[in-house]
Write a protein that binds this ligand. Structure first.
Ligand SMILES: C[S@@+](CC[C@H](N)C(=O)[O-])C[C@H]1O[C@@H](n2cnc3c(N)ncnc32)[C@H](O)[C@@H]1O
Ligand code: SF4
Length: 356
């Protein structure tokens, strides 16, 4: 794990890259620190993005140790290339070492901030409505490249991020190893301390990916499944994954998922006028998902250049919400924010941003 996580910084120890256990081992080996001093150092480094040696209370009195601690550590250095703000929503782009760029979005909520992170450069899933799909698949992000987005939001842009959603570029369950390692570091109480219940993994919904997540130590995250169609015919047209995991098999897979609590499953649904928003669609959707305790998140389709449909107006989203509520569903509309911002969580590279 240590080698995989530590992308850069072969000389210094990067607490963000290592996670707590490996960090402690490194501090014991390099500096002879005990576990209390290592834990205090780790928490300070990760939470404040810097180390103030004079504020460490568990560091042994040893000549030159303060300087040695500083010399032993390196911090991430994500290269922010753009930071744009509209309606309080902040989109930022980070340039990776190989020159590719990833986008992330900070979303102000009622009383906290949510960070929308990317898990891949591009995506191989080819959903008809998605901007990222148009890039094709370029490559997976490493755990550190995912964590760099949180580091940048917290320590470079100074947002006290409380929640994380994997709704940026890419399909997180297609990059499961890196995503689960990054979530392990994000949720560690001794570091960032963002509990799994405040982390949402949004997925295209392949049975294989969902099963992998369910069997993993991070299965208690919230799971948002992009449904987007109430019948196999419509869903297969919008999302090629449906040919391999059709709705029935998706529902069966989700029925077996070891949800840690009620309310942890969300059905994401892009309302596309005249395509998937009829009263029959609402009835079929609630019927097909009826075996599951699911909440619905609706968003209007956001069209960019070359999009296959026009943008959906808010009225149409509200109309579909009412149809679902009439069928007994629990529904939220993901409010559109930052309309003028050229990118957003859920359709990075486009015109608008949604809150989660
Ligand atoms: C970009 S995906 C990334 C996470 C994952 N790959 C997935 O499909 O759930 C995040 C969410 O954005 C939604 N989305 C993609 N393109 C959109 C668009 N043009 N308008 C509105 N929502 C969109 C997807 O349906 C999904 O729920
Ligand atoms: S919606 Fe998600 S899975 Fe589909 S192409 Fe976009 S990023 Fe990939």
């Amino acid at each position: 794990m240590m080698e995989r996580l530590q992308d850069k910084a072969s000389e210094g120890v990067n607490p963000f890259a290592l996670g707590y256990d490996s960090f402690r081992e490194a501090m014991v080996a390099r500096l002879g620190l005990d576990r209390y001093a290592s834990a205090e150092l780790y928490s300070m480094a990760v939470r404040s993005g810097a180390v103030d040696v004079s504020a460490l209370t568990r560091l042994p009195e040893r000549e030159g140790l303060g300087v040695a601690v500083k010399q032993a550590l390196v911090f991430p250095d994500p290269r922010l290339v753009t930071v744009k703000e509209a309606d309080g929503v902040v989109k930022f782009t980070t340039r990776l070492l190989d020159g590719h760029e990833v986008e992330s979005v900070v979303l102000p909520m009622l009383n906290h901030y949510t960070l929308c992170v990317s898990s891949q450069v591009g995506c191989k899933r080819g959903c008809l409505f998605c901007t990222t799909a148009k890039m094709g698949f370029v490559r997976d992000l490493t755990p550190m490249e995912i964590l760099d987005q949180l580091y940048a939001a917290r320590h470079k842009l100074s947002y006290p991020i409380r929640n994380i959603v994997f709704m940026g570029m890419g399909e997180p369950l297609d990059n499961f190893g890196a995503v689960s390692e990054a979530i392990g570091v994000m949720s560690d109480q001794r570091g960032f301390d963002i509990p799994l219940r405040r982390i949402t993994v949004s997925t295209v919904g392949s049975a294989e990916g969902i099963e992998k997540l369910g069997a993993s130590p991070i299965s208690a995250v919230n799971l948002a499944v992009s449904v987007n169609g109430a019948t196999d015919e419509i869903r297969s047209r919008l999302m090629p994954v449906n040919r391999k995991t059709p709705l029935k098999s998706l529902v069966e897979t989700l029925s077996r998922y070891p949800f840690a609590r009620k309310g942890a499953l969300f059905a994401e649904y892009i309302v596309i006028e005249g395509v998937n928003d009829s009263p029959e669609d609402a009835r079929a959707l609630v019927a097909v998902l009826s075996p599951l305790a699911v909440r619905y998140n609706l968003i209007g389709f956001n069209a960019g250049p070359g999009a296959p449909f026009p943008s959906t107006c808010q009225k149409a989203v509200e109309r579909f919400r009412d149809l679902l509520v009439h069928e007994g569903a629990y529904v939220r509309i993901r409010a559109s924010k930052g309309r003028d911002l050229v990118a957003g969580c859920g359709q990075l590279g486009k015109k608008s941003v949604s809150s989660v």
